[in-house]
Design a protein around this ligand. Structure first.
Ligand code: AMO
Length: 433
């Protein structure tokens, strides 16, 4: 049986033109304003706010007293008549005939949902369900949902097949240190750091262009504003193409996401100078990046990975999205294609001026070279047999990348901490909620 409230309208579905209509709404008591003879209940639903107005002399006394007593953030259902009112949200008010309190909120609230009293991120994350009731946080998660949909549509339109690969695995992909071990019956297993090996194996399956949007797990020790222990990665892998082709796909995707978000009305909550990045993005080699850093007085030697301070110097110098290409082989994984005659490989990072957003590469597709690369990193080829096998029976040349959803959102919305864009973040200290 349906609930009577299922025929409710969102606050934004009612307008001043509905003057005289009978409507029902439901939501949370956002604010109460008592002007003596008139009492206002501001009711909040997902889409906005509605003003419920009770005139002491005109309404039933019991209804008036009940409305006054209902604690803030309680859930209410209201039935009443719409009246045009220029000063109210959406220029209408509701004169109630019935107020039903569906759930009474406790008096001391963990957070102020009006946003008037700010709270530390930790307090907000502890009461995340409540934090999402505030406008800005709500918009983050609506934007996140729309960004993911836009990315899925973008990849679907370009012929990608969405895959789901296992998250319980037997081997590392991105270097041995950042794995979470788990007990898998009698054996040791790990949470997957990246779908890397599986997306490459599916290139041998003939699916040709594959993508996955899924969690990745990294046992990052350090507590930073850009690292999560559980993140979401958008991975693609494409057969018969070069690095440059997948880099173009990536910059096109970033520009599309920005232009979609630029049209989102809730963007006002973020106080941003929102610019859609222009494509093509600048490409600099690792060698050029090192030259810039040395010129700016940064202590770095060729062959070292870029520190956060190095990323900031480059970001300030370049000032927009850019790619760093031609990385030293030693700091990129075994699956990146070496550049002949050099100690660099055909790998790239996509950088936002503040931080790294994505990594990718042309992949090694020769069985012998891949096996030698695995061994040269001090790893055992035996533990990669399931992966190496896919290179023995017909593996096309291929390239791909992984893009961090949280880093993309954090940089796009100008947020200071990556945890802002995860509903229930997992970090060194945080396992609940
Ligand atoms: P990489 O390890 O660079 O590459 O990861 C790709 C992207 O994933 C995001 N990311 C993270 N975001 C938040 N917290 C973390 N701890 C974290 N770790 C990674 C970043 C990063 O740029 N297999 C390759 C991709 C490929 O070559 O296809 C890989 O995983 O945005």
């Amino acid at each position: 049986m349906k609930l009577p409230i299922e025929n409710r309208k969102y606050s934004t579905e009612i307008t001043a033109d509905d003057d005289g209509e009978h409507v029902s709404i439901a939501g949370w008591v956002h604010e109460k304003r008592d002007l003596g003879g008139v009492f206002f209940l501001i009711v909040r639903d997902r889409e906005g706010f509605a003003q419920v107005t009770l005139h002491k002399r005109k309404v039933d006394k019991e209804l008036f007293e009940r409305a006054k007593k209902v604690p803030r953030e309680s859930v209410v259902a209201i039935e009443g008549i719409v009246k045009s009112e220029q000063k109210a949200p959406n220029e209408y008010e509701i004169i109630p005939e019935r107020i039903e309190v569906l759930s009474v909120a406790s008096h001391v609230l963990p957070l102020d949902t009006t946003g008037k009293v700010g709270a530390e991120l930790d307090t907000r994350l502890d009461a995340r369900f409540m934090d999402v009731r505030t406008e800005r946080t709500k918009h983050i998660f609506i934007i996140r949902s729309r960004v993911l949909k836009a990315i899925r549509d973008f990849l679907d339109e370009r012929g990608f097949i969405e895959i789901n690969t296992p998250k319980i695995v037997s081997a590392a992909t991105e270097g041995g240190t950042a794995l979470f071990p788990i007990t898998y019956f009698e054996r040791e297993a790990f949470l997957n750091q990246s779908p890397q090996l599986y997306k490459q194996m599916l290139i041998a399956s003939g699916l040709d262009k594959v993508c996955e949007i899924a969690p990745i797990f990294r046992a990052e020790e350090h507590d930073t504003t850009k690292h999560l222990n559980e993140a979401t990665s958008i991975d693609v892998e494409v057969a018969f193409v070069s690095n440059e082709t997948v880099m173009q796909l990536l910059e096109e995707l970033i520009a599309l996401v920005y232009s979609m978000v630029a049209a989102y009305p809730g963007l006002d909550s973020f106080n941003l100078d929102f610019k859609i990045p222009k494509t093509p993005f600048r490409r600099i080699t690792y060698d050029e990046a090192i030259d810039v850093l040395l010129e700016r007085g940064e202590q770095i030697e060729w062959g070292e990975d870029l520190s956060t301070s190095a990323e900031h110097i480059l970001g300030k110098t370049i000032g927009e999205h850019y790619f760093i290409t031609d990385w030293p082989r030693a700091i990129k994984p075994f699956y990146a294609q070496p550049i002949e005659g050099k100690d660099t490989c055909d790998a790239f990072d996509l950088m936002h001026p503040r931080l790294e957003l994505a990594s990718g590469s042309q992949r090694v597709h020769s069985y012998e070279l891949l096996k030698a690369n695995i061994e040269s990193k001090g790893l055992s080829a035996d533990s990669f047999e399931f992966y190496l096998n896919a290179f023995r029976y017909g593996m096309p040349p291929h390239a791909g990348w992984g893009l961090g959803v949280e880093r993309l959102l954090m940089s796009m919305l100008g947020l200071d901490n990556v945890r802002e864009v995860v509903l229930f973040p997992r970090d060194r200290r945080r396992l609940v909620p």
